[in-house]
Ligand binder design. Sequence first.
Ligand SMILES: Cc1cc2nc3c(=O)[nH]c(=O)nc-3n(C[C@H](O)[C@H](O)[C@H](O)COP(=O)(O)OP(=O)(O)OC[C@H]3O[C@@H](n4cnc5c(N)ncnc54)[C@H](O)[C@@H]3O)c2cc1C
Length: 275
Amino acid sequence: MKIWRLTTVKGGAKVKKTLTARISSRVEIAEDLFCLRIDLGENRRQFSFKAGQYLTLGLFDSNGSWVIDSGKRPALRPYSIVSAPDEKNLEIFVELVSRDRGGNLTPLLYGLREGDMLQVLPEAKGIFIFEPEYKNQVMVATVTGIAPFVSIIRDYRKTGGRDAKFFVLHGASYFNEFGYDNELLDLSGKWPEDVLAAYVRTISRPDDPRNANIRKLGISETGRVNGIIEKYLGSWGLEIKDTIIYVCGHPGMIENVKNRLSPNGWMIKEERFWK
Ligand SMILES: Cc1cc2nc3c(=O)[nH]c(=O)nc-3n(C[C@H](O)[C@H](O)[C@H](O)COP(=O)(O)OP(=O)(O)OC[C@H]3O[C@@H](n4cnc5c(N)ncnc54)[C@H](O)[C@@H]3O)c2cc1C
């Protein structure tokens, strides 16, 4: 596997250092949702990150030039890392944005299979990381927005953290869009022996025939995740001064949560996946 590599973008003067990586596995979650495990090989040692941060990736075409997007720029896109920092592979949870919805890179990522190569920029970035000064850690996500939260919770548990109490609210349109729900359900409700006090899934389209079995699957909530947040803050008995609320994913959800809660003094930290 190639190590640090300098590459010049065709048609532009921009030079970027990239790490060539290999897809070690691809898991289909739903028709337009998939997880990729990315193996950086020996480059992994040079790639460090904090739980909650994102990596940036792109693809080379057959000439070794960046695949470009509709704006004629390299289609480099950020993805929150699901893995904890000590894991060998870097896992990402991706939603396909089809070409007719304007997607550039994801239609190509969607087609990648085990063994295919991609390019990762050498630095992880982002400030959407754990804030240790709050006892109550409330995490609100739409679909793929769960990614940084899984990383933070994995890391907190692995590094022996026990002071913080985590509460996760996860929204989706359909029952099969909750990547990582098995992992979170396994941990949920184990407080105080473990860190996750609650993991709640909510379905915004309960009347769709695809969601006919949600009760059997243990999905107790319906409606958008931003619509149930106050109810849960109340039932969990959380106080504003001890609580941080992280919101990640759909920009409309984030805006709505901020509008509802910020005026009352809740501390909100956000990561928007698109505008
Ligand atoms: C900090 C950060 C972390 C991110 N982490 C993730 C992640 O973990 N998983 C993930 O799937 N995406 C994530 N994204 C979004 C990702 O970077 C891409 O924008 C997305 O995958 C679409 O890429 P694209 O090239 O196919 O389409 P783009 O060329 O990026 O976008 C095409 C159009 O689709 C819109 N769009 C982008 N994403 C979506 C979406 N999910 N639903 C509806 N419209 C969308 C854009 O605003 C634009 O109008 C993250 C974005 C940011 C800023």
